[in-house]
Design a protein around this ligand. Sequence first.
Ligand code: 6PG
Length: 245
Amino acid sequence: MSRQLHIFPAVEPLSQAAADQFVQIGQTAVAQRQRFLVALSGGGTPKALYNLLATPAYARQLPWAQTFIFWGDERLVPPDDAESSYGMTAQHLLAHVPIPPQNLYRALGEADAPTAVADYQAKLAQMGEPWPQFDLILLGMGHDGHTASLFPGPLPHEAETNSVIAVTANYDGRPAQRITFTPRLINRARHIFFLVTGAAKAPALKAAWHGPTNPEQWPVQRIQPEAGQVSWFVDQAAAAEISEG
Ligand code: 6PG
């Protein structure tokens, strides 16, 4: 694994840098493998990135017909619910770009957890293998160190054998029932972006970057790709406790 830290004064330049790399990774993936397989994240932080990718300047650079979109986690609410990560992404990005609808692999947020897990594992398998290697997985991080929907505490044993698991977790009043990619699936990715802003996340960012290793307390530490590259796009407030180098 290689990792890079990019620190910005505000979310706008952070999003611009992430958008530039998003485009580059998408173009390279299509040139090399004829497909761009990407997993998006929910939460508030990536909205500015999605807005930017929806602008003509960025949208026209992306190979939408060969782009296949999943979500690294989803809250178990219907797609038109204000808390749906798919819904948020549709509103900020997907409604504005020429992506074929059949290239969108949303989780069945409206289903019960076992159904949603089975459905999403089957959708992953449609990518040619049960554990597809994503070109890019976007992730956020909570102030408690969660990422995707991998929350503090032990990882359920089925995370060893499943690419997707169901979890229940309370965080900032958001929907508690969720499904999420497992670390084993995420860690196969070629590129992972973390988008992190705000002073409240400084301790978790310090733990992610400097340790000590305690993934039950800081689940973000479970993200250690086998061979991929991790790029952190963070603002100065979140990076307050990091020493570079
Ligand atoms: C979600 C996410 C979650 C998110 C973090 C950070 O369901 O919200 O997928 O992992 O990325 O909670 O969220 P913010 O960007 O809103 O701080």
